[in-house]
Structure formats: C-alpha cells, structure tokens
Design a protein around this ligand. Sequence first.
Ligand code: CTP
Ligand code: MG
Length: 222
Amino acid sequence: MTVAAIVPAAGSGQRLGGGTPKAFRLLAGTTMLRRSAEVVAGCVDSVIVAVPARWHDAAIVDLADTGCPVTVVVGGSTRQESVLAALAVLPPSVEIVLVHDAARPLMPSAVGVAVVAAVRAGAPAVVPALSVADTLKTVNTSGRVTGTVDRAGLVAVQTPQGFSREVLMRAHRAASSTATDDAALVEALGIPVHTIPGDPAGFKITTPCDVVMAEALLGGRA
Ligand code: CTP
Ligand code: MG
C-alpha cells in the first residue's frame, strides 16, 4: 500500500517567538522542518509539507535530498486548513496517510514505522500516546482549583498520527469545528482511534525552554 506523509509546518510559532516561523528555526544547525520530514521520510513513499506562503521557496531548498519525493504547498491560517491544503494534492495512489507536526522534530522514526504498520494491519486511525505524568486539576476563571482529574484514563497524544486515506479525507470534509489534531476529527465521526506507545523524545517544541531541551538532547547526536 502506498503511504504519504503530511507535515503541517505553516504555523508562526507565537509561543516560541523570535520572528522566524517555528518550522524554519534551526536546532543544532538543521531546521525543525527538515528534521521532522526526516522522521517520516524513511517509512513513506512521498512527503507533502505545508508552509507559510513566504517560505515556499526556502522549504524546497531546505528539503532537497531528504531521500523521498517532497511536495511543498502553502498552508492556511489554522493547522487544520494547512492539513487540508496538503490533502488537496495527495497523489491518487496513496492509501495510508501519516500526519506529523513540524513541531516534533525529535520523534524517533521507529514510532512512524509502528504507526504505518498498525494502519496496514487494518486500524483506520492510529495515534502515539504517552501516560500523563503531572497531576491534572480543573480551575475556574480566577484560577481557583475546582477539582482533580483522574489521570488513569488520560493519555497525551503525539504525532505522527496515521489514517486510512478514506477515513482522513472523510473526517476533514465533515469537520464542523477546528481541532488541534486529526484524530479528533476522526473521533467526531465515531470511528475508532487506536493508540500505540509514543516516545518522550517526540515532545512538541512550543516554548524557548523546549528548544533548549531539544538542543541538549541533540548534543550527543547532532
Ligand atoms: N501549523 C500549520 N498551520 C497553521 C498553524 C500551525 O501548519 N496555520 C502547524 C505548525 O507549523 C506545527 C503544528 O501545526 O508544526 C502544530 O502547531 P503549533 O505547535 O501550535 O505551532 P504554531 O502554531 O506555529 O505555534 P503557536 O501556536 O505557538 O503560534
Ligand atoms: Mg499553534
């Protein structure tokens, strides 16, 4: 079965700051975009990345020789619109789609391999998941704690998330509101979403502190 990966990379990185869109920030000399494309390049037949309009040509240069054919499209104003823009150019032969955020450049490739294997084995939707380490509480608008959530039934999910093409397309066409991941759109259709073990190294780079941690991890393998 033919597999493609979509890498949404069109965000501005407001929480990280610094001017340059997050995906084009360097981590130990290599962009987060290139590192994230390389996470999935080994287990797919092609990669489609969605980037800010002004960064289209820079992305083509950045992604040369990733070992897999890459198409660059211009993303939208939300992550969901960026994924949709990439889905619009998905080759007709593709049967399985991975979606991997450019904000998770250190996810081990083995997780992508496991996600693809689970979709090949028949799961319509698969997400990497980790147990939650912190104690979680609900708060009211003034920040006062209103309760403690039972952690036992909670996981934090990561990318790459994998889908049968038909399920992902249907989920995006049916989307009535904005979701922060693709699995949420599939869940909304009542289609089961399966989990496989995620990896702590695949943490999402959101703030300057995350960049420091990523560069420290890369210290030994940059
Ligand atoms: N993304 C995208 N198009 C958007 C917004 C986000 O493709 N309009 C992508 C980001 O580039 C990122 C992923 O979705 O790879 C997850 O988003 P997030 O971590 O929130 O990145 P940003 O939106 O760039 O960051 P922030 O929310 O801090 O502005
Ligand atoms: Mg965002």
